[in-house]
Design a protein around this ligand. Structure first.
Ligand SMILES: Cc1ncc(COP(=O)(O)OP(=O)(O)O)c(N)n1
Ligand code: TZP
Ligand code: MG
Length: 558
């Protein structure tokens, strides 16, 4: 690790707060700033404030965030342009600011219209961002007038940045022209010489060179010719090459030429791939990658995002946008189409046990299918004696079954497995990963259940961001060794204290489920069972029986 000490002074060094909480400048003071450059080449600064005339001083930690500024056009359909750049940077964990050069009216059919932002206003936006924010890398997209290119050039001369990625946007993916021929000269003479990398597609490289490019060998020559125009690196994208099963791009760094291949994803949803690729390159450079690493990471990201989005439907035109954040399908399929957690899903909670299922000669997915057919409203895979790899495979096939039937699937204990298969959530106990840590790994949308035997644990589960509580063992059980039995009184005490919905567990069967639900506390939403369903010959019948009892008893008590 390298350390650098810098002395700064500022009129905002020491802050005090007036009664309504406004920040007020409070005289000059000096800071000792320790800038630490760690192995990842990310810069962290921690400030030690010195005392200033007895005012309250604080330790501030300031984290320099990798920052890309995109200078591009707005796409109203949000598949390409500024909107794609924002999403790509967000997906790569990089802050993205924006200077808008044009506003287009476009959708999945094509470009219906456009308005160029006046040069002086582009200049104003550039100054606003570059004079204030610590931009690492600038990425350009649609630069619709020669004046705008000149303005950019002047701004970068005044406020230099670490890198410039030029995506020479001239023609949209729908074939609409986004920059006229007059722009070619200024691209060649003014923009390319400043660029750290230029990323033309076949049409753009052909236009820049005045040549028709149709083969990989043409692309190789084009990369060298474009390099002669001044950019330090060139990526000629071969996405439009006919008859190729791979997406082949040619990368040239001035010394070596690389043929980069990724699989060509067959999808209509490829609008905005060029903008995204260039933004990802910029994002990786901002994080400290080398150029070749950045290009490879960006290609890999685009390939995965296209693969994930291949069948999503947005718009009616021939070219749809894709899902940069790889989340949209999850929401479509999430539980029974409902968003977030629905406490009524706890009604008949089936918890698997592979030893029991093995004993009765069935696989985990057969057991899950039968439980859902019998009326289970939520499934937990509780597989204690299974290899991680087998657990993940089983979880994936159960997830397919559950998703197609609108039933949430949770994983017991193993947050890693839940993450790897994109399950709907996890159930954790008092000695498993704390709910708060699980929440930060799984994000706000996933379901987290916590086992609680006391009101204090119930309070903590709520504080930690759980969605529900599993409370028991209500009755003695052979399924979980040395488990404390808390009885119906213990269950009631937890339910009354809990701000979260509760499901009862432990020794529950069709013969005592009535007594459990009969405690008649509004936040007791159902029962969770293992042996009653899975240590029996017919899972479907047993689940059906328990379902009838629960339906009967809840209609009576409510
Ligand atoms: C719904 C539900 N409630 C409680 C538990 C028990 O979880 P835990 O205390 O972590 O014990 P194990 O199941 O991991 O042995 C549960 N699994 N489900
Ligand atoms: C996992 C668990 N946690 C508390 S009791 C229990 C076991 C429940 O199994 P069964 O329904 O067979 O009693
Ligand atoms: Mg556990």
């Amino acid at each position: 690790m390298a350390y650098a000490q810098v002395v700064l002074s500022s009129s905002y060094d020491s802050l005090s707060f007036n009664k309504v909480g406004f920040r007020q400048p409070k005289g000059l003071s000096s800071f000792l700033v320790n800038s630490r450059i760690n192995e990842d080449k990310q810069i962290h600064t921690s400030m030690e404030m010195q005392r200033d005339n007895g005012s309250i001083t604080k330790d501030h930690s300031r984290l320099k965030v990798p920052h890309v500024l995109t200078v591009a056009g707005s796409d109203s359909g949000a598949g390409a342009g500024i909107q794609a750049d924002l999403k790509a940077c967000a997906a790569r964990g990089v802050y993205c600011s924006t200077v808008i050069t044009a506003v287009t009216a476009q959708n999945t059919v094509g470009v219906q219209g456009g308005n160029i932002v006046p040069e002086d206003f582009v200049a104003k936006q550039l100054r606003s961002v570059l004079s204030d924010m610590q931009v690492d890398v600038v990425k350009t997209g649609m630069l619709p007038s020669t004046g705008i290119v000149k303005v950019l050039r002047q701004s970068l001369a005044e406020f230099p940045v670490r890198g410039l990625v030029v995506d020479p946007v001239m023609v949209s993916t729908s074939g609409d022209v986004l920059a006229g021929p007059s722009i070619l000269t200024v691209f060649r003479e003014e923009l390319l010489p400043m660029a750290d990398i230029v990323t033309p597609n076949l049409k753009e490289a052909s236009a820049l060179l005045g040549l028709k490019l149709e083969t990989v060998s043409h692309m190789r020559s084009a990369a060298k010719l474009l390099h002669d125009m001044g950019p330090r690196n060139v990526l000629v994208k071969g996405g439009d090459l006919p008859d190729s099963s791979d997406a082949i791009d040619i990368f040239f760094d001035g010394d070596n030429i690389f043929e980069l291949r990724s699989s060509r994803i067959k999808t209509r949803n490829s609008h905005g791939t060029g903008c995204t690729l260039a933004s990802c390159i910029a994002a990786e450079l901002a994080k400290g990658s080398s150029m070749l690493q950045a290009v490879k990471a960006a290609k890999c990201f685009v390939e995965s995002a296209l693969g994930y989005s291949r069948d999503i439907v947005i718009g009616n035109g021939p070219q749809g946008p894709f899902d940069h954040l790889l989340r949209l399908k999850r929401n479509i399929h999430h539980s029974s189409g409902k968003h977030g957690f629905d406490p009524s899903d706890l009604f008949l909670y089936a918890v698997t046990d592979s030893r029991m299922n093995k004993r009765w000669g069935r696989s985990i997915s057969e057991a899950v299918k039968a439980a859902i057919e019998g009326g289970a409203t939520i499934i937990q895979l509780r597989e204690k004696d299974i290899e991680t790899r087998d657990f993940l495979e089983a979880a994936k096939s159960c997830l397919e079954i559950c998703r197609s039937r609108g039933v949430p699937l949770l994983i017991n204990d193993r947050v890693d497995v839940a993450l790897a298969c994109d399950a709907d959530g996890v159930h954790v106990g008092q000695s498993d990963m704390p709910a708060r840590a699980a929440r930060s790994l799984l994000g706000p949308e996933k379901i987290i259940g916590v086992s609680c035997k006391t009101p204090e644990q119930a309070e903590q589960a709520w504080i930690n961001g759980a969605n529900y509580i599993g409370c028991g063992g209500v009755y003695p059980t052979n399924t979980k060794a040395t488990n404390l039995t808390i009885g119906l009184d213990g269950l009631k005490a937890v339910c009354l204290a809990s701000k979260l919905p509760v499901v009862a567990i432990g020794g529950i069967s069709a013969s005592n489920a009535g007594s459990v639900m009969g405690i008649n506390v509004p936040n007791l939403k159902g029962v969770a069972v293992v042996s009653t369903l899975f240590d029996r010959e017919c899972v479907l019948t047993e689940t059906g029986n328990l379902h009838s009892v629960l339906t009967e008893v809840t209609s009576r008590v409510s």
